[in-house]
Design a binder for this molecule. Structure first.
Ligand SMILES: Cc1cc2nc3c(=O)[nH]c(=O)nc-3n(C[C@H](O)[C@H](O)[C@H](O)COP(=O)(O)OP(=O)(O)OC[C@H]3O[C@@H](n4cnc5c(N)ncnc54)[C@H](O)[C@@H]3O)c2cc1C
Length: 704
C-alpha cells in the first residue's frame, strides 16, 4: 500500500516529528529544575540547563539520531513514518489525527502536549500506537544526546570509571586475532583446515566452538558485529548501542508495541548481557519433552550439559553485592514471605563484579561470556575468527550445504567460504531464521513461534535523600518467582531488576505531561527500576528486509494472559517497594494513580490503609497494549526443535535442520518454547548438547 512512497526519510520529515517530540517534553522553569536537583547544580548551571536542554527540536543531535533511527529501521517502517509525517503536515489530512485545523508545527507547546495526551488516552488503537512511537523514540533518543549538565544533574557518569573492580585485580591482556577478509569482490576462500563454520559468536556459538575444540576440531567463527577487547569497552550509551546491539539498539516490533534489544558484536548477547544465570525450569523441560519430543530434556543428558556450562563459567552467588533495586527484591521479598532469592552470576571465580556498565561490555573481562571464556579453548587450538562479516546465505545443493556467501560489513564486498564439511547457524533467534530463509529453506517453522519474554517496569522513587548509584554494583542479582506460574504450565512473570540507565528509564517511564516527565527524568538517581518479565504464551514471527540486511520485521503482540501476568507481578513488586520504603510507586501506565507516602520505612506495614486501598484500585486496571511500554532482551524459539518431525519444527533434537544433512542450529532459536528463566544458560545447555552430537557426527564421517 505504501510502496509508491520514498524509502528514505528526510530532514523535513524529522522536523515534523521533532515538533511532536516537543509536546512530550519542552521548556521547564529553572524553579522546577531546582525543586528536584537541589544543590546538585549551581543556580547558574540550572539557568544554563533550562536554556540549552529544553525542547528536542532545538537539539541538532536529537534530530540526527531520529533520522538515523528511522532510516535504519525496515523499509516498511520508514515509509510508514514518512506517511504519518506527510499527513501531519497536510492541512487537509492532519485533522484526522489531530482534530485541529492548526498544523502541529504551528501549535503552541501546550497544544502539542494536549495532542499527545489525547493520543495516549484515545480509544482508537492507532492513536495509542502513535503515542507509543512518539513517546519511546523521543525519550530514548533524548537520553542518548543528553547534555553534560543533565548527566551531572542525575549523577550519571556515562561510562565505567573504575580502573580496577577490586583490590588485587589483574586484567587479562589476551586479544583474539581476527582473520582478514578477501580484498576482491566475488573471491572464494577454500579452507581445508577448518572442520566447521559457525555463524554468529554469541552464547550458542561459543559453547559449540569450545566443545569442538576440546574434541580436536577446528572452527571458523563468523560474526557480523565488531570485536572489542575488554579494555576497549568504555563507551557512552550512544556509542555502546551503536557498536554492540542489533540495529544500533533501535529495533521495535512492527506494531511499535515492544522494543527489542539483542547483542550484535563479537560474543553476541553474552557481551552485553547482565550475567544472570538461571537453570531451565523443570516444567519447561517437561513441556519440551511432552509436547515437542525433546527426549534429552527429560534425562540427565540435559543436566550434565547444564552443569557443564554452569561450572565452565563459574556461576555462583559468591561475592554478590546487591544494588538498591536488588536489595528490595531480596529483603522486601523476605519480609513479605515472597519467593525471592539471589541469582548466580557468571563471574568465573572473581571475588566481585561491581559492573553496572556491563550492558556495554565488561571492561574488566570478569563476565564469562563467549569472548572471555568459551572461545579461548578454540583460539588456543587453531580455530579462526572473522568479525564484521555477515553471512547472507548458506549455499547448498540437494540437501547438503557446500559453503557460505558472506558480505564484508565494512567494504560491502561479497565472497564465498567453502571447504568445511559442517555448518552451525547460531545467529540468535532474530537472525538465524533470516539466514535460513535467505538460503531458500522452506520449513514453515523457520521464523515462526518467536517468543520474547516481554518485560515492563515499575519504578520506585525513594526520595532525594537516597542515591541509588546504579552503576556501582552488578545489574541483576535477584529474582522473585512468586507469580511466575499462574496456569500450572510455568506461564507467569518473574520479578527481577532492569538495568536502570537513562535511555531505558526514558522509554519505560509513564508519561504524564512535559513537566512531570522532566521531574521524573531528573529523579533518576533516586529511583529503582524493577523488571517484570513474563514467560510468554504469545508468539510472533521474524523475517528480514531484503533492502536493509540489519533491519528486521518482528511481528509480535503481547497477549491478554501475559499482560495480566505482568499486572500480578506489578502488585507483588509494589508490595516490596512499599515495605522497603519507596516514597512513590509508579506503574508503567500513565493513567494508573501513583502511590505516595512519606511514612518512614520502619513504621510501614503491608496492611496500611492507604496502601491497601491504592493496591485494590490499581489491581483492577488492566495492562494495555500501547498504554504500557514493553521491551524484550530475550528472543527465543524462532526455529523450534522437534522430536516429532518437520511438521512440528525446523530442526531435529540434534539441532540438525530437517532440510539439510550437515547444517545444525545451536542457539536460542531452537528452543521449542520460551525458556521461562533468563535464557543464556538454557541456550548454552542446548548448544552443548548439539555440539556433543556434532562431534560424534564428525567422528562417524571420518571413519566412513
Ligand atoms: C541487554 C541484554 C541483557 C541480557 N541479560 C541476560 C542475563 O542476565 N541472563 C541471561 O540468561 N540472558 C540474558 N540475556 C539473553 C542472552 O544473552 C541471550 O538469550 C543469548 O545471548 C542468546 O544466545 P544466542 O546464541 O541465541 O545468540 P546471541 O548471543 O544473540 O548471538 C548471536 C550473534 O550472531 C550474530 N549474527 C547474527 N546473524 C549473523 C549473520 N548473518 N552473520 C554473522 N553473524 C551473525 C549476531 O551479531 C550476534 O552477535 C540478555 C540479553 C540482552 C540483549
Amino acid at each position: 500500500m505504501t510502496s509508491f512512497l520514498p524509502d528514505v526519510a528526510e530532514p523535513k520529515h524529522v522536523e515534523i516529528f521533532a515538533a511532536l517530540s516537543d509536546g512530550i517534553i519542552h521548556d521547564t522553569s529553572p524553579a522546577l529544575i531546582k525543586e528536584v536537583v537541589g544543590d546538585t547544580l549551581t543556580d547558574a548551571e540550572i539557568d544554563e540547563y533550562a536554556k540549552t536542554f529544553n525542547r528536542p527540536s532545538q537539539i541538532p543531535a536529537f534530530k540526527d539520531k531520529i533520522l538515523e533511527a528511522i532510516n535504519t529501521n525496515t523499509t516498511e517502517a520508514s515509509r510508514l513514518f514518512i506517511v504519518l509525517m506527510t499527513v501531519l503536515d497536510s492541512r487537509i489530512l492532519a485533522p484526522t489525527l489531530t482534530n485541529s485545523m492548526t498544523l502541529v508545527k504551528d501549535m503552541t507547546l501546550k497544544e502539542r502536549e494536549s495532542l499527545i495526551a489525547s493520543w495516549r488516552d484515545s480509544p482508537i488503537t492507532a492513536k495509542r500506537r502513535l503515542f507509543r512511537m512518539v513517546h519511546a523514540l523521543t525519550l530514548n533518543t533524548l537520553a542518548l544526546v543528553a547534555s553534560d549538565l543533565h548527566n551531572k544533574a542525575i549523577h550519571y557518569p556515562e561510562r565505567e570509571t573504575k580502573d580496577k573492580p577490586y583490590e588485587g585485580f589483574e586484567a587479562d591482556p589476551f586479544r583474539y586475532d581476527m582473520m582478514p577478509k578477501p580484498d576482491i569482490d566475488g573471491a572464494e576462500l577454500f579452507l581445508t583446515d577448518i572442520d566447521v563454520i559457525i555463524i554468529g559468536s554469541g552464547a550458542g556459538a561459543g559453547v559449540v566452538a569450545h566443545t569442538l575444540a576440546n574434541d580436536g576440531y577446528k572452527s571458523l567463527v563468523l560474526e557480523k558485529g565488531k570485536y572489542f577487547a575488554p579494555s576497549e569497552f568504555n563507551f557512552t550509551d550512544r556509542e555502546g548501542l551503536g557498536n554492540l546491539y542489533q540495529g544500533g539498539g533501535l529495533l521495535t516490533s512492527t506494531s511499535q508495541e515492544i522494543f527489542v534489544l539483542a547483542g550484535s558484536a563479537f560474543g553476541g548477547g553474552t557481551t552485553v548481557n547482565w550475567s544472570a544465570c538461571l537453570r531451565t525450569p523443570f516444567k519447561v523441560r517437561k513441556e519440551w519433552y511432552d509436547d515437542y519430543g525433546l527426549d534429552f530434556a527429560a534425562t540427565d543428558s540435559y543436566d550434565k550439559c547444564q552443569d557443564y556450562v554452569w561450572q565452565q563459567m563459574g556461576a555462583s552467588t559468591e561475592g554478590i553485592k546487591h544494588s538498591l533495586a536488588n536489595e528490595i527484591v531480596v529483603e522486601g521479598g523476605k519480609k513479605l514471605g515472597y519467593a525471592s532469592k539471589e541469582i548466580d552470576q557468571n563471574s568465573g571465580g572473581h571475588i566481585g563484579h561491581p559492573c553496572g556498565f556491563c550492558y556495554k561490555g565488561c571492561k574488566h573481562g570478569i563476565k564469562q561470556g563467549s569472548a572471555v571464556n568459551w572461545f579461548r579453548a578454540a583460539a588456543a587450538t587453531g580455530s579462526k575468527f572473522m568479525d564484521q562479516v555477515r553471512v547472507l546465505q548458506v549455499l547448498h545443493n540437494k540437501g547438503v550445504a557446500t559453503g557460505v556467501l558472506c558480505q564484508d560489513e565494512v567494504t560491502g564486498k561479497k565472497f564465498k567460504i567453502t571447504g568445511p564439511k559442517k555448518f552451525v547457524v547460531a545467529g540468535g533467534s532474530l537472525n538465524t531464521p533470516v539466514v535460513l530463509q535467505n538460503s531458500g529453506f522452506k520449513n514453515k517453522h523457520i521464523g515462526k513461534n518467536l517468543t520474547l519474554h516481554p518485560v515492563t517496569t515499575v519504578f520506585g522513587d525513594f526520595g532525594p535523600k537516597v542515591n541509588a548509584d546504579h552503576f556501582d554494583n552488578s545489574i541483576m542479582t535477584s529474582v522473585c518467582t512468586q507469580v511466575d506460574d499462574l496456569d500450572g504450565k510455568a506461564h507467569g512473570a518473574k520479578i527481577e531488576t532492569i538495568l536502570n540507565t537513562p535511555f531505558i528509564q526514558g522509554a519505560l517511564l509513564p508519561w504524564r505531561g512535559s513537566d512531570e516527565m522532566r521531574k521524573d527524568l531528573l529523579r533518576y538517581n533516586h529511583m529503582c527500576a524493577m523488571l517484570l518479565i513474563t514467560r510468554d504464551t504469545s508468539t510472533g514471527s521474524v523475517s528480514g528486509d531484503p533492502q536493509r540486511p540489519e533491519a528486521l520485521n518482528v511481528d509480535y503482540n503481547v497477549s491478554k494472559f501475559d499482560r495480566n501476568a505482568l499486572l500480578q507481578a506489578f502488585l507483588i513488586t509494589a508490595d516490596m517497594l512499599y515495605i522497603e520504603g519507596a516514597q512513590r510507586i509508579l506503574s508503567p501506565q500513565s493513567w494508573v494513580p501513583i502511590f505516595e507516602s512519606k511514612v518512614p520505612k520502619s513504621e510501614r506495614s503491608i496492611t496500611d490503609k492507604d496502601y491497601v486501598e491504592w493496591r485494590a484500585k490499581v489491581a483492577k486496571i488492566p495492562f494495555d497494549s500501547y498504554g504500557t511500554p514493553y521491551g524484550s532482551a530475550h528472543q527465543m524459539s524462532s526455529c523450534r526443535m522437534s522430536g516429532k518431525g518437520p511438521k512440528y519444527g525446523a530442526c531435529d533434537t540434534k539441532g540438525k535442520l530437517f532440510e539439510a544433512s550437515n547444517i545444525y542450529i545451536a542457539d536460542a532459536s531452537c528452543m521449542p518454547t520460551a525458556s521461562g528463566a533468563n535464557p543464556m544458560i538454557s541456550t548454552m545447555t542446548i548448544a552443548r548438547y548439539v555440539a556433543l552430537g556434532l562431534c560424534k557426527d564428525l567422528k562417524t564421517k571420518a571413519k566412513l
